[in-house]
Design a protein around this ligand. Structure first.
Ligand code: FAD
Length: 454
């Protein structure tokens, strides 16, 4: 009989680990326990499910539990919560949430892929009806039902990060009157201020109300139902629905209780093989601490791209591979109405904090030849070492074409390229697709001028 791999958590990291282990070593017995009613779903699609671009919740999942059993021979259990890990006995305690039964299973190898949970602010009426957090398919279904089945005209989003803004866009497109409240002085604070202001402008042009630099101090409820919020500056906002999106925290308590080491924000510490401080336990995804590819410092960067890769590495290594995770640049992108926003690598503040002497260069350049119709501006900012010119980070706003450019810049950072080397790249040109000097080359040439050689 094969060894038993148990995976806690059935989405990006967990299912990647389960599938990879089974592919590399088919004889391994794999069981996945997931506490919600869905597996292999993409939380990233939830705003578009709520916005009805994706019609049904089933479309968000790649496989049902039955399909995983039939097609991949992975025993998949939904509505099952792991409540305790006993590393000495190599057993888990489980709670079947439907049957309300507790039982235990043993493992030879364990992958913890428990992800993260929304941060819940400690304010009154936070659990009132109509106040939502967005993480699971069940959360998405509850929000979509509230919009479709109840008289919902006004929506309030607390938190002006990527998820908050994606929700603001989708709810506004559904015809709701949307207000975003952000505690910091500006939206997406990691972004260049000018870029952040451009995001603000596009939201306001699309009738999304913004209120920055103020904190929601109280949820106002009529009986059990949310009717508004009060902010720290004394203002009140009426609403029919509130979505709180102020960040996430790793689901690491069962790992901590089992004595596993944790680090940044209590995320589980793993080595480059995704192994925890226990020889038989691996962990991956939003529940783990990772490290920055440039500074090599520990960071907590919960992203779907990272979770999938880390899960695959953990599962492969359990089955006999020896692959390592190379670190993150926190590359990310989103769209708010017709404006795309992307970043990769270090911000100028992070680079300075890491001890680098940094400089930045910013350009605006059309994404097609100037005479070709339909061209749109690409705004690109490069962050680089003032002396060596080594590229540390990049940010971009503009048309959809910034996705390819930010990916190229992520590649350049990974390769340790300087802005001079970047300026010498042989990039494509055709009037209908890109100008003869690509915006990246223009930005790199601008940056080169700011490098001060000793
Ligand atoms: P999770 O997806 O959190 O999955 C962990 C699973 O473990 C959950 O299903 C949970 O129910 C289960 N679980 C937890 N504890 C237990 C337990 N004790 N027993 C059993 N099961 C348990 N990332 C991007 O890269 N790009 C995007 O565009 C993007 N958009 C996003 C939009 C939204 C609205 C959200 C919420 C997230 C978005 N993300 C995006 C982040 C991305 O979804 C996460 O990084 C990714 O889902 C992490 O995967 P994971 O498997 O580590 O954790």
């Amino acid at each position: 009989m094969g060894k038993h791999l148990v995976v806690i958590g059935g989405t990006a990291a967990g299912m990647s680990a389960a599938s990879k282990a089974k592919r590399v070593k088919p004889e391994i017995e794999v069981s996945v326990f997931e506490r919600t009613g869905f597996v292999t779903y993409g939380a990233c699609g939830l705003p578009y499910y709520i916005g009805d671009i994706v019609k049904t919740e089933d479309e968000l999942s790649d496989f049902t539990p039955d399909e995983l059993i039939e097609k991949r021979n992975i025993s998949t259990y939904i509505h099952h919560e792991v409540t305790k890990i006993d590393p000495a006995k190599k057993t888990l305690e489980l709670h079947n949430l439907r049957k309300k039964e507790c039982f235990s299973v043993s493992y030879d190898y364990l992958v913890i892929a428990t992800g993260a949970s929304p941060i819940i602010p400690n304010i009154s009426n936070i659990h009132a009806s109509g106040v939502f957090f967005l993480r699971t398919v069940e959360d998405g279904i509850a929000i979509k039902s509230a919009i479709q089945e109840e008289k919902t005209e006004k929506a309030l989003i607390v938190g002006g990060g990527f998820i908050g803004l994606e929700m603001a866009e989708q709810l506004s497109l559904l015809g709701l009157e949307v207000t975003v409240i952000e505690a910091l002085p500006r939206l997406l604070p990691f972004l260049d201020e000018e870029y952040s202001n451009a995001v603000k402008q596009v939201l306001e042009e699309n009738n999304v109300h913004l209120c920055t630099g103020t904190v929601v101090s109280e949820i106002l409820a009529d009986g059990d139902k949310v009717v508004g919020v009060k902010t720290s500056d004394g203002a009140t906002f009426e609403t029919d629905l509130a979505i709180i999106s102020i960040g996430v925290k790793p689901n690491s308590s069962i790992a901590q209780n089992a004595g596993l080491k944790t680090g940044v924000k209590n995320a589980i510490i793993v080595d480059e093989y995704m192994q925890t401080s226990d020889d038989s336990i691996w962990a991956a995804g939003d529940c783990v601490q990772t490290f920055n590819l440039i500074t090599k410092r520990p960071v907590y960067v919960p992203l779907g791209t990272t979770a999938n890769k880390q899960g695959k590495i953990a599962g492969g290594n359990i089955a006999g591979d020896m692959n390592t995770f190379k670190g993150v640049l926190a590359s990310q992108i989103t769209k708010v109405f017709n404006l795309y926003i992307a970043s990769t690598g270090l911000t100028i503040e992070q680079a300075k904090e890491a001890g680098y002497e940094v400089e930045e260069a910013k350009i605006i350049k059309m994404d097609k030849a100037s005479y070709y119709p339909g061209g749109k501006d690409n705004h690109i900012k490069l962050i680089f070492d003032k002396r060596s010119g080594r590229l540390f980070g990049a940010q971009a706003i503009g048309s959809e074409s910034i996705a390819g450019r930010i990916n190229l810049l992520a590649t350049a950072i990974t390769a340790g390229m300087t802005v001079t080397e970047l300026s010498e790249l042989d990039l494509v040109y055709a009037p209908s697709v890109a100008p003869v000097y690509d915006p990246i080359l223009i930005a790199a040439n601008q940056a080169k001028k700011k490098v001060v050689s000793l």
